[in-house]
Ligand binder design. Structure first.
Ligand code: NDP
Length: 333
């Protein structure tokens, strides 16, 4: 499968170009950037044959089978719609769009065109999260009562651009990190958070956008979820805990892009360290996408998954701004 990159981004540079090429038979053949100079330099650095400033150059190239969109968030909708109209399969970064309504437009367009639209939620591709989900679905924890998520990090300096000062590009910790936590919870439980209370902070790093948020969600089956996302915490470390009637999972350093972290299972029998696969998260995302394009299965995270994680993030934002308990609006999905 030949891929075109829409966006000369850090995530493509650090993770996705390598992940695509690590999948046998896959290559990155072109990149689109709004800047001709940056595009050329990016292509040269990564051994990509062609660079262009024109989306149609990428989409009309007969050698491109699929595109990976990793531009700033406000561009995902128009670029995905153009790619879908050109008949290209789309792996799009999170958040899928700026609003649930926009995400629904993308999902519908892909369905109507018979195109695979996937969301690059990497965490559900991690061996650690697959192992935790397996503990839940095989009943090792009994009935799940609550989940606690620790995802307060220090935003690396090289990412302190649009994320901390540009709400129009989708900046802020809620669109950036809450979507990942929402996707992980949905992946674990197989149900969608229903309502939310939240408080946010800004000013320590974020200008005009929130840089920290805490929220509590409830699910239809009665699970409570407590989450903390931040750009400003240098030493907190990440983690997730799932507490059930028969056992608790305490996982540390697993809300990350790397296949790392420790998982402890605590039950009446004592404590047990859980082993898991150490495969590359992004390589698995690409592999699942390719299987979906081949017609066999769904990608790891579908367009609807991206829409739903965004719906939770939207509700967290609304709850934080209004101070009101907020029902998540999945736009009919
Ligand atoms: P970047 O800021 O690196 O890239 C976004 C855009 O900024 C690029 O498309 C590029 O525009 C422009 N840009 C890049 N470098 C420069 C520069 N030096 N000077 C000026 N402009 C520049 O963003 P990220 O890679 O961090 O994020 C991109 C997307 O990926 C977002 O939607 C984000 O939410 C998502 N993401 C997902 C992750 C995951 O694990 N799933 C992790 C990180 C990000 P152009 O293309 O026009 O050249």
């Amino acid at each position: 499968m030949n891929w075109g990159l829409i966006g000369a981004s850090t995530i493509a540079s650090e993770h996705m170009i390598g992940a695509i090429r690590a999948n046998s038979g896959h290559d990155v053949v072109s990149v689109q950037s709004s800047s001709p100079t940056r595009g050329k330099e990016y292509a040269a650095k990564h051994g990509i044959t062609a660079s262009t400033t024109s989306l149609s150059d990428i989409l009309n190239g007969s050698d491109v089978d699929a595109v990976y969109i990793s531009t700033t968030n406000e561009k995902h909708l128009p670029q995905a719609m153009t790619a879908i109209a050109a008949g290209k399969h789309v792996l799009c970064e999170k958040p899928l769009a700026m609003t649930v309504a926009d995400a629904a437009t993308m999902v519908r367009a892909a369905q109507d065109a018979g195109i695979v639209l996937a969301t690059n939620h990497h965490l559900r591709n991690a061996g650690s999260h697959l192992a935790i989900r397996n503990l839940i679905t095989t009943g090792r924890l009994g009935e799940v009562l609550s989940i606690r998520i620790f995802h307060a990090v220090m935003l690396p300096e090289h990412l302190r651009g649009w994320r901390i000062d540009n709400p129009l590009a989708g900046g802020g910790v809620i669109p950036d990190i809450v979507v990942h936590d929402a996707d992980t919870v949905r992946f674990y439980l197989g149900e969608d958070p229903a309502d939310i209370v939240a408080q946010e902070l800004s000013g320590a790093m974020g200008v005009d956008v929130e840089d920290s948020v805490m929220s509590v969600w409830t699910t239809p089956s009665g699970v409570t979820v407590q989450t903390h996302e931040s750009f400003t915490h240098p030493f907190a470390g990440s983690g997730i805990e799932v507490h059930g009637t028969k056992g608790s999972v305490i996982a540390r350093n697993v809300m990350t892009q790397q296949p790392v972290g420790d998982i402890l299972l605590r039950t009446a029998s004592g404590e047990e360290s859980i082993e898991y696969s150490l495969h590359n998260l992004y390589e698995r995302s690409v592999s699942k996408f390719a299987t979906a394009v081949a017609g066999d299965r769904q990608p790891a995270a579908t367009g609807v998954d991206g829409l739903k994680s965004l719906a939770v993030a939207e509700a967290v934002k609304k709850a934080a701004v209004t101070g009101q308990r907020t029902t998540v609006d999945y736009g009919g999905y």
